[in-house]
Write a protein that binds this ligand. Structure first.
Ligand SMILES: Nc1ncnc2c1ncn2[C@@H]1O[C@H](COS(=O)(=O)NC(=O)[C@@H](N)CS)[C@@H](O)[C@H]1O
Ligand SMILES: [Zn+2]
Length: 477
């Protein structure tokens, strides 16, 4: 890949910064010749791999992982009316196998309800088969007509984690929605990404769902990014796909379902929230390289320094760190620049002075320098990385808090949404939502807000003066 050249755009020019950092930090190559499809560089894929390893560990607590087919027959796809309406403009169709026209066109899954639920109908017979909680991590395809953007709005979603659960009652399904939100909070806590949870307005819920609860973060430009959604499907899909079970009294009942999804937007959030003017900044939890060792090679003591650096690398590797020794013939400063761009959380420098003093110098990606005793170096680095992770959480949380502002009328809200999220009182009516959205040129993205950064309250709707409660208004990706 091309080497680094020149300075990055400043992060305050977020859109340019974001586009440039994807190739400068070797995350994604956007030159693939199909719109909305992009290629993972190995470094970017390493971030995805660690992040989805955390996600799988969370899901594996009480879900089973599986994999359903990519191609969905039109007959199945077209069964759930609302679902179709929501996706008919986004579905890719396969119509030929070789030169033979297929008798039934096949959809590339935009999401997998219509692939999975006919099989659930075969699998679920009795209440003893419930609850059923499966998930898969697959690619899905959506013919997005809005502006596509790497990691944020793709036509091939390469890292679509979708969970689909089945329960005996509405209450159990509603409880699973809360379990899913807890998992998503834990996931984003691990990525040090602060989130706001809220209920999407009825017109924004997932097609075919009773309600949708979304997980949003606030991007550096003040726009929100939906980085996870949890849907209560009620019995809509079970009635359409005949997912029924025999209850304890031998009665046949329709099942109740949920589904919840996360995509590579989670990676976009890590890059966007934590990055700075020098490049990507990775939480240790998802860094493909946690520690890079840079030997300070000085003339005649070159071999001695390299030997010491190699021993150090071995020690970190045996302690379970993802460590890299950068022994390239290059000025140390150029190496610092290279690894800072790629977001490596910790650099360890070792040179002749360190060998004589039996120390090493540890420098975190956010610029903290510590001289460590060579003997306790592994423990020292452990606590430095833990501290670094906490600092990332705090910095990101404060940044998000700084972009959320209460607005008590339309004019104030119109100002706030230019570079942040407005918290307003809304009566909940669609009519007032349209008035508010037109007046402030932004969307009502949620109510029933759950965030320890936002004090929810009642008050007069800023459109009609009627009884309102706190709602989020923002521009969105
Ligand atoms: N075009 C896209 N590119 C990247 N991520 C996307 C795209 N469309 C949706 N997502 C992400 O995928 C998540 C789940 O998508 S969704 O439509 O809301 N929900 C579903 O598809 C349900 N079947 C849950 S699995 C969204 O919250 C969003 O974060
Ligand atoms: Zn109103």
């Amino acid at each position: 890949m091309e080497e680094d050249t020149g300075a990055l755009p400043r992060k305050e020019n977020f859109s340019e910064w974001y586009n440039e950092i994807l190739w400068r930090a070797e995350i994604m190559d956007v030159r693939y010749p199909v719109k909305g499809l992009y290629v993972w560089y190995p470094h970017g894929f390493g971030i995805r791999k660690r992040a989805y390893g955390i996600l799988r560990d969370l899901m594996d607590r009480d879900h089973a992982e599986t994999m359903f087919p990519l191609l969905i027959p039109k007959t199945e796809f077209m069964k759930e009316a609302e679902h179709i309406k929501g996706f008919e403009d986004e579905v890719y169709w396969v119509t030929h196998g070789g030169r033979n026209e297929l008798d039934v066109p096949l959809a590339l899954r935009p999401t997998s309800e219509t692939a999975i639920y006919p099989m659930y109908s075969l699998w679920i017979r009795s209440h003893t088969d419930l609850p059923l909680k499966l998930y898969q991590v697959v690619n899905t395809f959506r013919y997005e007509t809005k502006h596509t953007r790497p990691l944020i709005r793709l036509r091939e979603i390469t890292s679509f984690k979708e969970a689909h659960t089945v329960h005996a009652t509405w209450e159990e399904a509603a409880a699973q929605v809360e379990v899913a939100l807890g998992l998503y909070r834990e996931f984003y806590d691990s990525l040090r990404v602060p989130v706001i949870v809220s209920r999407r307005p009825a017109w924004d819920k997932f097609p075919g769902a009773d309600y949708t609860i979304a997980v949003d973060t606030v991007m550096p430009d003040g726009k929100t990014l939906q980085i996870g959604t949890v849907h209560m499907l009620g019995d809509h899909f079970s009635r359409t796909y005949a997912i029924t079970y025999e209850d304890a009294n031998g009665e046949r009942q329709y099942a109740y379902q949920t589904c919840y999804g996360i995509s590579e937007r989670s990676i976009a959030a890590v890059i966007s929230v934590h990055g700075d003017d020098k490049g990507v900044v990775l939480p240790p939890e998802v860094a493909p390289i946690e520690v890079v060792i840079v030997p300070i090679i000085v003339g005649k003591r070159r071999d001695e320094v390299l030997a010491a650096a190699t021993v150090l690398e071995e020690e970190f590797r045996n302690a379970g760190f993802a460590v890299k020794l950068d022994a390239r013939e290059m000025r140390p400063g150029a190496k610092y620049y290279h690894w800072e761009m790629r977001g490596v959380p910790l650099r360890v420098e070792v040179g002749p002075r360190d060998i004589d003093a039996n120390t090493v110098v540890a420098v975190t990606r956010n610029g903290k320098k510590t001289t460590l005793d060579r003997r306790g170096v592994v423990e020292g680095v452990c606590s430095i990385l833990a501290q670094f992770g906490e600092e990332l959480s705090q910095t990101a949380r404060q940044a998000m808090a700084g972009r959320i502002t209460t607005a008590s009328n339309l004019e104030e809200a119109a100002e706030v949404v230019k570079n942040g999220v407005a918290v307003v009182h809304w009566c909940g009516s669609q009519e007032c939502a349209e008035k508010i959205e037109a007046a402030v040129d932004a969307s009502i993205i949620g109510s029933e807000i759950r965030s320890d950064l936002i004090a929810v309250s009642d008050g007069p709707c800023i459109a009609c003066g009627g009884n309102g409660t706190s709602a989020l208004v923002a521009r969105t990706y």
